[in-house]
Design a protein around this ligand. Structure first.
Ligand code: FAD
Length: 537
């Protein structure tokens, strides 16, 4: 098959335009074109009055080889790469050891699925509950302020991204096309087909819940085992080799191949592995606030007269500003047509994040506006970043009224440094609720200074971004893990603990659903090869 890229057509093109473009680009007749499908569809909205759709197409003709050699110098015409997933190993008929996967977020989910598909019958240990029970606990916290520290936005089946916008794009390099494997598994589990071809796929919360259940069923059918309310509280390490784990209820499990995919919020587990001598180091992350605007204003700013177009959907944005004080501020985890959510997993702390449904049809758009910080801002060893986060989250809890409401302020008042009595036209979506206050007290001065410079700068790129009534809610502290569980580049094992495979966001090797899932596949492959003693180095 042949891949044609960068085919640009107007937003309102008719159905025959794609076929006509192929025929004219390759100078072939309709009879020579056997079939085609859209591999990717994106858009270029730089000219709002002339938005173009940009296609990548996979086509089959009666003369593929001849065309590939005729267009060998043409950047837009290439052979379609192999998109099939090829397992790297197969478990022996009699297994002598079952691998363990700690954590059942996107990373642990894909690691377990791929291990199960290769025949290794993994045992998954997840501290939280199965996804339906977890949904009740999470919504219970948002509605009634009753926090379950083991079952919430961060912990439980599906991991941190279950109550999210379900954005599935990532900027990680992916030469082996693992992202295709992830998308194919998601579609097989019930995700909409369009995630295979739109340039910025998303799923939304409720579809994610059902998908996670189907993927769990597949792992079990293949001989895997998934244990909920199974928190790993200790690790057994002998002469630098992992040999097993102890669960919170005292049960011990043994394996010399253990993936640790615990996400960025398992602070107690980070402490435990540090105390056991597993090598970890502090790493940079970001802190800031969530900002809310009306989605219709963002649509208008991004798409002009084409706002509301069905193909374009609810508009998003991605913004960066480098400040005079040397800090970078950027928008993060933008959720079109969504809500700001309470994302703490610890008592008496307030943390924000965002989510939306597949339809993205809530009134407000939200995103985090965050400032990059690094270990020099929180000196004191590998765990100092966690203490830094905790301090900000505890302070936000107090600023919000010590009842899980979040501190908030309009953008106008924040930029002027005033405290105001009333919100403006933007209704806050955060549940349980907000308390208007002076957010300048919520973050270190250098962050406030950077945000006060960046928000007006963003207004030049997305008109209305610095709108007087836009609402800031704080604090956004869990943008990524504050530590790295450093691993060997080749074997993917911890650099000082053999058989322990640090993976996903919590280990510092992913920053989102897709990159975490891809990392899960990589880890599964390394574990399988090691178990088969075929490690390639
Ligand atoms: P996690 O998903 O965090 O999973 C880790 C799992 O390990 C958890 O289920 C936890 O309970 C379990 N665990 C922790 N400690 C232990 C232990 N000791 N024993 C047993 N189990 C343990 N990313 C996107 O790409 N798109 C989005 O739209 C998006 N929206 C988000 C919205 C919200 C509200 C949040 C919180 C995050 C969002 N993210 C989004 C980020 C994304 O969810 C994470 O990057 C991703 O989930 C990381 O995957 P992971 O598997 O590495 O870790």
């Amino acid at each position: 098959m042949i891949r044609l890229s960068n085919i640009q057509l107007p937003l309102d093109h008719d159905t025959s335009a794609l076929e006509n473009s192929i025929l004219s680009m390759l100078d072939i007749s309709a009879e020579q074109l056997v079939r085609f499908n859209v591999f990717r569809r994106g858009y270029d909205a730089r000219k709002k009055t002339n938005i173009m759709l940009i296609y990548t197409l996979d086509i089959e003709t009666t003369c593929d080889d001849a065309l590939l050699s005729q267009f060998s110098d043409h950047q837009q015409v290439k052979a379609t790469p192999d998109l099939d997933y090829h397992p790297v190993a197969q478990a022996p008929a009699t297994l002598t050891e079952r691998p363990i996967v700690i954590g059942f977020g996107p990373c642990g989910l894909l690691a377990a699925l791929v291990l199960a598909q290769m025949g290794y019958k993994p045992i998954v240990l997840e501290r939280g509950k199965e996804v339906r029970e977890r949904t009740k606990d999470t919504f219970g916290f948002w509605r009634k302020k009753i926090l379950n520290t083991e079952s919430n936005v961060q912990f439980g089946e599906g991991g941190a991204g279950t109550f999210s916008d379900g954005k599935l794009y990532s900027q990680v390099k992916d030469p082996k096309q693992y992202s295709r494997k992830v998308l194919n598994e998601f579609v097989a589990a019930g995700a909409p087909d369009e995630i295979l071809y739109v340039s910025k796929p998303h799923i939304g919360t409720f579809k994610l819940v059902a998908m996670v259940e189907r993927m769990r069923a597949q792992i079990i059918e293949l001989g895997g085992e998934i244990r909920f309310s199974a928190r790993v509280d200790d690790m057994h390490i002998e002469d630098g080799q992992i040999t097993g784990v102890t669960l919170a209820d005292g049960e011990q499990l043994h394996s010399k191949h253990i993936a640790i995919a615990i996400g960025h919020s398992a602070r107690d587990t980070f402490e435990m592995i540090h105390n056991k001598g597993v090598y970890i180091e502090a790493k940079p992350f970001s802190v800031g606030f969530r900002i809310e605007h009306e989605q219709s204003a963002i649509d208008k700013a991004r798409f002009g007269p084409n706002a509301g177009n069905e193909i374009l959907g609810a508009a998003d944005y991605k913004l960066v500003h480098h400040c005079k004080n040397g800090r970078s501020v950027y928008s993060f985890c933008m959720c079109p047509g969504g809500t700001v959510v309470a994302a703490t997993s610890e008592e008496n702390r307030v943390v924000t994040n965002g989510m939306s449904q597949y339809s993205r049809n809530e009134r407000n758009a939200n995103s985090a506006v965050v400032v990059g910080i690094d270990p020099s801002d929180y000196p004191g060893g590998p765990l100092a970043g966690i203490e830094f986060q905790r301090k900000l989250e505890s302070h936000a809890f107090v600023m919000g009224g010590s009842n899980y409401d979040a501190p908030a302020q309009t953008v106008g008042a924040f930029l002027r440094g005033e405290t105001q009595e009333h919100i403006g036209t933007i209704e806050p979506s955060f549940k349980p609720g907000i308390k208007l206050t002076n957010l300048a007290d919520a973050l270190p001065d250098f962050c406030i200074e950077a945000l006060r410079e960046a928000i007006p700068a963003f207004n030049k790129k997305v008109r209305g971004f610095a709108f007087e009534d836009a609402l800031l809610t704080g604090v956004e502290t869990r943008t990524s893990a504050p530590i790295n569980i450093t691993r060997d580049k080749h074997s993917l094992e911890s650099i000082n603990t053999k058989g322990l495979y640090p993976a996903g966001e919590g280990a510092g090797y992913a920053g989102g659903i897709m990159s975490a899932a891809i990392d899960g596949i990589k880890i599964a492959e390394s574990m399988a090869l090691s178990m088969n003693m075929k490690h390639p180095h």
